[in-house]
Design a protein around this ligand. Structure first.
Ligand SMILES: Nc1ncnc2c1ncn2[C@@H]1O[C@H](COP(=O)(O)OP(=O)(O)OP(=O)(O)O)[C@@H](O)[C@H]1O
Ligand SMILES: [Mg+2]
Length: 575
């Protein structure tokens, strides 16, 4: 058969990852699997022009459609060789879903926890290691591997689909429907090769999971859970700010509003506020949460964005929504039912200081929406995210007349064929990166890597950081951090703008660390970047502690004293 000859030919081609070569030999038309498979492998993508021509003509004569993504389950031969027992733990927030899945993980000989956030991976690694179960921590920006460990806590993007486990946990599985990150959950769901797979999340994901797994031969068992402690929606709004009490968490969605509320509450003289929001470094978010949780700390109120919606274990007695609207990057919209339930569910965590929770709003007009949302089931998920693999894009690129990653990706996505249970991930952010690096003399693999890197292109400093890294890499093949950033020049921010700038500097250093794990020789200064990144978060915390509060407070480690500061950010002018 022409297609099997083609597969054999392709499998011997230099430049395809080992996993892809084996998949090409796997008898499936839905070939060229794993979206993230290439990332850990050292690939050589210098296939010549002749190869491109040969491949193009082979594909045409074999009528092999590279854009056919209708059988993603066949992309993962390791998982397909198993008849996995899939346990789906579903229920409301705070019902013990993750707790029960982790108990199974702990009692297994080997296993992996896949979470949606670095904070969750950290928490699980810490928990297992404390219980004397050696557990590696692997995220895009961290690799803490322990001799003899058979367990791993990872962010879902880092899940290894080539490894064999006795037990695997995928937490917050309803994120499979997330338009940007859903495809990584699909990949973990279809691809992890484990005897037992535990999925935790919202019941709204169950029909989709059952549908997707119909073709895998896995055995599925759904376990329903009830909330462990009561959550009461109040009939009255907060009223005056003098009603703010210990253990309250005020939720709002803009950074500016968070600091405004913090100042307002602290000016009352009775409370100090910890803050948690998305662009704070994750370690800062954890430390702010720890300070709020600590009964002996004076920071007894939390002001947060929806960044608290997942993961952090917080001693919250009452959630107070300052608004039920949020700007989602395009327009201002109402919060969805799942968002409201997820955030409200942080109050009254089982086993915390507050055994029952309450939820209310500042604006009385928001109460009806709050009440109805808490009583409504989340809308059933209909489709899971999907994204083509690098290898697939590489093969497809050989059939195109352009070398621009942006147009290759756009053309591919336009032609992609999917089954009704899937959607193609929103790759607007990737296309934005492609748009700025496409002209550089980089291989497709390098471009792909920069495009999937965790850069925030809406943040000017982060975007400039990425461009600087890509340009220097294209020119010299090696990016020394000191050429771009002067270590020892960071200082405690004095204004909101300086704070925002420092958050962005942290993101750029984080990006360097991320790149260093994938192109070790070209980004050799990982240690320096990590230490500067840690200093950034300490300085941010120093600022947060000083803000709105004049009384000096002893600290074990003063970030300020760590360095003598000169300019606001250590990055040279172009950053
Ligand atoms: N049987 C149990 N014994 C002791 N503690 C428990 C038990 N079940 C749950 N907990 C604790 O209750 C809290 C909530 O449990 P868990 O995190 O598993 O809830 P969840 O359903 O996963 O919530 P979410 O949807 O918010 O992630 C955790 O601190 C957990 O350790
Ligand atoms: Mg959970």
């Amino acid at each position: 058969m022409a297609s099997s000859i083609l597969r054999r030919n392709l499998a011997s081609v230099r430049g395809l990852s080992r996993s892809t070569q084996s998949l090409l030999l796997f008898p499936s038309p839905g070939l060229l699997a794993d979206p993230l498979a290439c990332l850990g492998l050292n690939l050589d993508f210098t296939c010549g022009v002749n190869y491109g021509r040969r491949l193009a003509s082979s594909c045409t004569s074999a009528k092999l459609d590279l854009t056919d993504l209708t059988r993603p389950h066949s992309w993962y031969p390791n998982a397909r060789r198993k008849k996995r027992k899939v346990y789906v733990h579903v229920g409301p927030t705070n019902s013990g879903k993750t707790y029960h899945a982790l108990k199974q993980l702990e009692s297994s000989a080997s296993g992996v926890y896949c979470g949606p956030l670095r904070l969750l991976a950290w928490e699980v690694a810490k928990r297992l290691n404390k219980a004397n179960i050696l557990c590696d921590l692997i995220t895009g920006q961290e690799r803490e591997e322990l001799d003899g460990a058979h367990h791993k806590a990872v962010t879902v993007e880092m899940a290894d689909v080539m490894c064999e486990y006795q037990c695997a946990v995928i937490d917050e599985i309803q994120m499979i429907g997330c338009k940007t990150r859903g495809f990584s959950f699909t990949r973990a769901l279809l691809g992890i090769s484990a005897d037992e797979l535990h999925l935790c999340g919202d019941p709204a994901a169950v029909p989709l999971i059952e549908e997707i797994l119909k073709v895998t031969g896995d055995i599925i068992k759904v376990q329903h859970y009830e909330r462990l402690s009561p959550l009461t929606p109040l009939n009255v709004p907060l009223g005056s700010f003098s009603n703010i009490d210990r253990g309250d968490c005020i939720v709002t969605f803009s950074r500016q509003e968070i600091y405004k509320l913090k100042r307002k509450i602290e000016s009352g003289g009775n409370h100090l506020c910890s803050v948690v929001y998305g662009s704070l470094p994750p370690e800062t978010r954890t430390r702010q949460a720890t300070m709020f949780n600590d009964e002996s700390s004076e920071f007894d109120v939390l002001v947060a964005s929806d960044a608290i919606g997942m993961g952090l274990n917080l001693n919250i007695s009452r959630i107070i929504f300052s608004t039920l609207k949020k700007f989602d990057g395009v327009s201002i919209r109402d919060l969805t039912v799942p968002e409201i339930k997820q955030i409200a569910g942080r109050a009254g965590r089982y086993g915390s200081k507050f055994s029952s929770g309450e939820v209310t709003c500042i604006d009385p007009e928001d109460l009806p929406l709050l009440h109805s949302s808490l009583q409504s089931p989340s809308p059933v998920l209909e489709r899971a995210g999907l994204f083509p693999t690098y290898d697939l894009l590489l093969l497809y690129s050989r059939l195109q007349s352009t070398t621009g990653f942006q147009s290759i990706l756009e053309n591919f996505l336009e032609q992609a064929k999917l089954s009704p249970h899937y959607f193609i991930a929103d790759c607007e952010a990737m296309l934005k990166v492609a748009g700025v690096i496409d002209e550089l003399p980089l291989t497709l693999q390098d471009k792909y890597l920069f495009c999937i890197s965790p850069v925030d292109m809406d943040d000017d400093i982060s975007a400039q950081g990425l461009i600087q890294f890509a340009e220097t890499f294209a020119k010299k093949g090696i990016v020394r951090l000191k050429e771009i950033f002067t270590p020892g020049t960071l200082q405690v921010p004095k204004t909101q703008n300086a704070l925002k700038e420092l958050e962005s500097v942290h993101k750029v250093l984080d990006l360097y660390v991320w790149l260093s794990f994938r192109m070790e020789e070209s980004f050799p200064d990982r240690e320096l970047a990590s230490s500067q990144r840690a200093i950034c978060s300490l300085l941010i915390e120093e600022f947060l502690e000083r803000l709105g509060w004049q009384k000096p407070r002893p600290r074990k480690l003063s970030a300020h004293s760590l360095m003598k500061s000169i300019p606001a950010s250590g990055f040279r002018e172009h950053l």
